[in-house]
Design a protein around this ligand. Structure first.
Ligand code: NAD
Length: 495
């Protein structure tokens, strides 16, 4: 069985308190790895070695940092399949999704490779006579990244490349449910030749996170996970004087207008709601069907659901794998029960499709006539459950979105450019798709929601990520021109 240890100062080590936790394959329920859990001693060691490494790393030239980032990028490309297989084994998503996740992560390394351009700063010559003013961006220090289970490779890559490109050292604390892909990424960092301590890996649970949040030598925290934990991380981290960006959960709406292409909208709804078993922060979990589009749209979605193949992510024909754990599957089932009790119409019932093996499979559920008062609408379920809310008008759809507590992603399906423009201007969410169901920004834009989907004011990766990982310094400098000033230079002037 794989043993997942910490990597501190380029060395593997176990936990001093010998605390371990099991990692399961969600498709079989079997244990595939054992993970060491970081406690005080490991957190102290990770932070102190990161702090020491920062002194040299921040002074390492742009040329050298860029070279190492390119090496890392090439190693991740070469190992893409192996990373994807580890993701599928410990997360359950189908191998194509896992490969897609790695590809999106690579985009972020590629963006970081160009950091020399992004972090050039700015210069105002002759702000006053003989005075120049310029802005520099300098690294923050020791940064920690705390990541969720649903993208075990991509989310660490949202943070790590930009953090180290801009001269910080970085401590990764990935989810304890699927630690092998992030552990492999850290091995590749080592293989690329980054000096010891520039990237440390500690594995652990909430106690390990709380030790990082309380540590005086951690300067910045990047967090991605559920809303209650994001809020806790933001409040605790900032009250301890740290810079924090904390991305939380979501309830993403897709509005379908009567003029939309129904086939396009139904394809989009099915892949965005049920892909990765709905365990995506950008999954569509609510379709707001406006006016007469509702009946034909529900029919078109139902037809497609009937054709979905559910099975282990390793099988090429599978389109949807299992959920992450038995507990999580039970929680999702309890939401289907609650929707039924609250009066939603069950068009497709995932409880009929638990598959007869030991894995954590659950079929897909489609609930129609859902209202905004129901728990299935209000809460993030994070499973293969799609709610249809019927609205009479576009304005009613906009109000529904505005009143939702989350504001991560939204999508609109229409053929009307004017309405699409109104939507992108007025909708209350951070990421907007127009005839695109999962509008995850490319690596050179930034990712982040609004309201309860993001605590802090800086989104993840891209320009905002670089901003988060650097602090501003403004220099005002006076060098009188010896040819014109009256300053006594102590030697003859040339003119
Ligand atoms: P989670 O909040 O349970 O865990 C995230 C991280 O926090 C893990 O590393 C975990 O070990 C740690 N953690 C858990 N409980 C903690 C606590 N009480 N105190 C301190 N640390 C704690 O999230 P998850 O279940 O791993 O991931 C799924 C959630 O992440 C969903 O809500 C999903 O929407 C969200 N997510 C959001 C985004 C985004 O960009 N907004 C992206 C991916 C996932």
């Amino acid at each position: 069985m794989r043993q997942i240890q910490h990597t501190i100062n380029n060395q593997r080590l176990d936990s001093s308190e010998n605390e371990k936790s099991e990692v399961l394959n969600p498709a079989t329920g079997e244990q595939v790895a054992e993970i060491a859990i970081a406690r005080n001693k490991e957190v102290e060691l990770a932070v102190s070695t990161s702090k020491t490494a920062f002194k040299e790393w921040k002074n390492t030239s742009i040329a050298q940092r860029t070279k190492l980032l390119y090496k890392f990028r090439n190693l991740v490309v070469q190992n893409e399949q192996q990373i994807a297989e580890l993701i599928t084994q410990e997360h359950g998503k189908v191998i194509e999704d896992a490969r897609g996740e790695v590809a999106r992560g690579i985009e972020n390394i590629e963006y970081a490779c160009g950091f020399a351009e992004t972090l050039k700063g700015s210069y105002s010559e002759q702000a006053s006579t003989g005075v120049d003013v310029y802005t520099l961006r300098q690294p923050v220090g020791v940064c920690a990244g705390i990541t969720p289970f649903n993208f075990p490779a991509m989310v660490p890559l949202w943070m790590l490349p930009n953090a180290i490109a801009s001269g910080n050292t970085f401590i990764l604390k990935p989810s304890d449910r699927n630690p092998s892909a992030p552990a492999l990424l850290v091995e590749l960092i080592q293989e690329a030749g980054f000096p010891s301590g520039v990237v440390n890996l500690i594995n652990g649970d909430k106690e390990s996170v709380n030790l990082l949040l309380a540590h005086a030598d951690v300067d910045a925290i990047s967090f991605v996970g559920s809303t209650p934990v994001a809020k806790h991380v933001y409040e605790t981290g900032t009250s301890n004087g740290k810079r924090v960006q904390a991305l939380g959960g979501a309830k993403n709406h897709m509005v379908v207008l009567p003029d939309a292409d129904i086939d396009l909208a139904a394809d989009a709804a099915v892949s965005a709601a049920y892909g990765s078993a709905g365990e995506r922060c950008m999954a569509i979990s609510v379709v707001v069907a406006v006016g007469e589009v509702a009946d034909p749209l529900v029919d078109a979605i139902t037809e497609r659901i009937d054709e979905l193949t559910i099975g282990p992510g390793t099988q090429p024909e599978s389109e949807m794998g299992p959920l992450i754990s038995k507990d999580h599957r039970d929680r999702v089932i309890s939401y289907i029960e609650s929707g039924e009790k609250e009066g939603a119409s069950i068009i497709a019932d995932g409880r009929n499709d638990l598959l007869d093996n030991a894995g954590f499979f659950l079929g897909v559920t489609l609930l129609d006539n859902v209202t905004t008062k129901m728990d299935v609408y209000k809460d993030e379920i994070f499973g293969p459950v799609l709610c249809i809310v019927r609205a009479d008008t576009f304005d009613e759809a906009m109000t529904i979105i505005e009143q939702n507590r989350y504001g991560n992603g939204v999508a609109l399906f229409t053929r009307d450019g004017g309405t699409a423009r109104r939507f992108q201007k007025d909708v209350q969410a951070g990421m907007v798709g127009i005839n695109v169901p999962i509008p995850v920004p490319v690596g050179y834009h930034s990712f982040g929601g609004w309201n309860d989907s993001l605590f802090g004011d800086t989104a993840m990766y891209g320009p905002e990520g670089m901003h988060f990982f650097t602090k501003q310094k403004v220099v005002t400098s006076r060098w009188p021109d010896p040819t014109t000033s009256q300053v006594d230079l102590g030697f003859p002037r040339n003119n």
